[in-house]
Write a protein that binds this ligand. Structure first.
Ligand SMILES: C[S@@+](CC[C@H](N)C(=O)[O-])C[C@H]1O[C@@H](n2cnc3c(N)ncnc32)[C@H](O)[C@@H]1O
Length: 237
């Protein structure tokens, strides 16, 4: 790799590489054992997503699931009448998601892609949903992430998110943005508070922001109080 800095993109690429050098983590290995007791491996949608759909906060349209993993939320939306694009950078995740969609006769357009390389259709989506991907976005890429959402959403489209609460049992590192680069690590995923999420998504109207409900593993939906969940509306700036 050319180690010169001539543009902002070069700075962002350098920071990506600095964080990668330290991290041994790999999503493909993570998904190689499907029997691991990982709570979100169960094929059950997020309880908050189910609530938004059942209370008509979200009405069927076109959705994009960012970091869809094995596809549980994308499949749920498709079964509720949504046209769904779902992307993930892990081939193992996309492979599993496609198998699950076939088993449940759900039509989802799964895309193997890093969200930062996604060739998106501008203003195409009524809903962008992210369950568990945003907390792995390093601080220097957050602006790109927000640009992607802003571009991809319809003017009054909705953005739903589920992410680590600071100090939650599954992760949620309490690091300032600067500390990430001193430690050269996201320490397993950044933790957020409600105030911090409001700050990050201040260009959106907040519809709901709360702790996720703890759901029993036998329930038809997934929920953990270690996570925050929220729904925001694009106010089309
Ligand atoms: C905690 S998992 C959640 C999976 C799924 N959303 C769920 O809740 O079942 C996070 C997912 O985000 C994906 N991911 C992380 N960074 C990504 C990126 N830059 N582009 C696309 N996918 C990404 C990972 O491969 C992983 O499948």
């Amino acid at each position: 790799m050319k180690e010169t800095i001539q543009s902002i993109e070069d700075v962002l690429t350098m920071l990506d590489e600095l964080l990668k050098e330290e991290s041994k983590f790999n999503w493909n290995s993570f998904y190689s054992d499907r029997e691991k007791p990982v709570p979100f491996f169960a094929n059950a949608p997020d309880e908050n997503l189910v609530q938004y759909v059942q209370t008509n906060l979200l009405k069927p349209g076109k959705a994009l699931d960012l970091g869809c993993g094995p596809g549980r939320n994308a499949i749920y939306l498709a079964k509720q009448g949504w046209e769904v694009d779902a992307l993930d950078l892990s081939p193992q995740a996309i492979h599993w998601a496609k198998e699950r969609a076939t088993e449940s006769s759900a039509k989802v357009n799964f895309i193997l892609c890093d969200l930062f390389d996604f060739d998106l259709d501008e203003g195409a989506y009524d809903l962008i949903y992210d369950s568990g991907c945003f907390h792995y976005v390093p601080p220097h890429r957050r602006m790109n992430y927000l640009n992607i959402i802003n571009k991809a959403l319809k003017p009054v489209g909705a953005f739903g998110i589920t992410c680590f609460k600071v100090g939650g049992k599954y992760g949620g590192a309490d690091l300032s943005d600067w500390e990430v680069y001193r430690q050269k690590s996201l320490r397993g995923g950044l933790g957020y508070t409600k105030d911090r999420l409001i700050e990050v998504f201040h260009n959106f109207e907040m519809i709901e922001l709360r702790e996720m409900r703890e759901m029993d593993p036998s329930s038809s939906s997934f929920g953990s109080s270690a996570l925050l969940c929220g729904l925001f509306r694009n106010i089309g700036e």
